[in-house]
Design a protein around this ligand. Structure first.
Ligand SMILES: [Zn+2]
Length: 395
């Protein structure tokens, strides 16, 4: 494909304006999608996509090619998916790196740019949004120095940042720390970081086996996806290592079952796991424009709020300082430590519902309860709480 000089200059100008706007909004991803004759452009901000003006149809392909050239991808290859990386300084953002992926579709090529802020300063445990007693519980589990601490939730729930914050809090010279990821998202000086490479056989399980021979104290395994990794991580956790990892489950009680379904024997699950943390990110209401809700919000009751009593809630409006009434996100967490009652329940093959009841008996707040509390504090809206957290079991 040959572009004339006019197209190249225009595409390059469009791209730098788009990325500057993406940074200004704090976007996590830039989506460029080929549609009928035009490029559709959207930015993901605080978890939701927002439409942006696309480039002139004549330079759409030049914009895609420009990114591919910068990321050292093959610009002639448009029939196979490709992925690559782009260093931030190429685009004047040295603190960022960009992960590029292309996908051939029936209308042409789609390209997604993931913006990774590699700066370390935001990685404090205190910045995650844990309630004070939750932060204390997490610190205590990390301080024990062995066992498995799991973070669970869907994609985009903030698990990875939580993992990094834990690793960073333990990053001291008397401890050997290693991470195994697909791929590394944030570079942590002083930590051994390994990227898995499945095409050549370097799987999570393979890398974990190799890292364990290197005398580590703390291991972070990006994700537990298979039996091999689950069993090996569990054995490492039982032999004096602190293992941090993630799972995809709706809440903390179901994470116990997921480990059992992955073929880890129940007695190992209860002796290996120290703490399971379920989490979600809810969009944070803009304090400058939010308005208090009257008593008659139709969804207040669905969330279990009694707005006629002491409880209050706010609704988003939108102003120059925010995005449709929201700016940033607030984390909600459910922390479930292993206890005698829970051990018994797991060993007796309890169902997910029974495990949730056991959690409730131990005073483990649900994600919905935590979200409700954040609504009453005016941090987030009723709609965010309802859409982002799983409903509690009916009594
Ligand atoms: Zn506002």
């Amino acid at each position: 494909m040959v572009f004339d000089a006019y197209d190249l200059a225009d595409s390059s100008r469009y791209l730098s304006q788009l990325l500057a706007h993406a940074h200004q909004l704090g976007a996590s991803d830039v989506h460029l999608e080929s549609t009928h004759g035009a490029l559709r452009v959207r930015l993901r901000v605080d978890g939701l996509l927002h439409e942006q003006p696309g480039p002139a149809p004549a330079i759409g392909e030049a914009v895609l090619s420009r990114i591919k050239i910068l990321a050292n991808l093959d610009i002639a290859e448009r029939r196979l998916p490709q992925d690559g990386e782009l260093a931030g300084h190429t685009l004047g953002k040295p603190q960022c790196s960009y992960r590029i992926s292309t996908l051939p579709t029936i209308y042409g090529e789609n390209l997604v740019v993931r913006v990774l802020d590699t700066q370390v300063q935001n990685l404090a445990l205190d910045a995650l949004g844990l309630q004070p007693e939750q932060a204390q519980q997490l610190r205590q589990s990390l301080a024990e120095g062995h066992g498995l601490v799991m973070f669970t939730g869907p994609t985009g729930s903030g698990k990875t940042v939580s993992l990094y914050a834990c690793v960073q809090s333990l990053n001291q010279s008397h401890l050997s720390l290693a991470t195994i990821e697909d791929p590394t998202e944030i570079r942590l000086p002083g930590v051994t970081q390994v990227n898995i490479h499945e095409r050549i056989g370097l799987t999570f399980a393979h890398a974990l086996r190799a890292v364990l021979r290197q005398d580590p104290d703390v291991l972070m395994v990006g994700e537990i996806r298979d039996n091999d990794t689950a069993n090996m991580a569990m054995r490492a956790a039982q032999t004096g290592h602190l293992v941090l990892s993630t799972l995809h489950t709706r809440d903390a009680p179901s994470a116990w079952l997921r480990l059992l379904h992955m073929g880890v024997p129940a007695y190992q699950v209860v002796s290996g796991v120290r703490l399971i943390v379920a989490q979600r990110l809810l969009r944070r209401l803009c304090p400058h424009c939010r308005v208090p809700l009257g008593q008659a919000h139709p969804h207040g009751q669905a969330l279990g709020l009694d707005l006629s009593a002491q409880q209050q809630a706010f609704a988003p409006v939108g102003c120059a300082r925010c995005h449709q009434g929201y700016r940033g996100r607030v984390g909600v967490f459910q922390l479930m430590p292993v206890t005698h009652g829970l051990e018994q329940a797991v060993l007796q093959s309890a169902s997910a519902r029974q495990l949730r009841q056991e959690a409730q008996r131990q005073g483990v707040g649900t994600l919905r309860e935590q979200a409700r509390a954040r609504v009453c504090e005016g941090l987030t809206s009723i709609d965010e709480a309802l859409t982002q957290t799983p409903a509690d079991d009916p009594p």
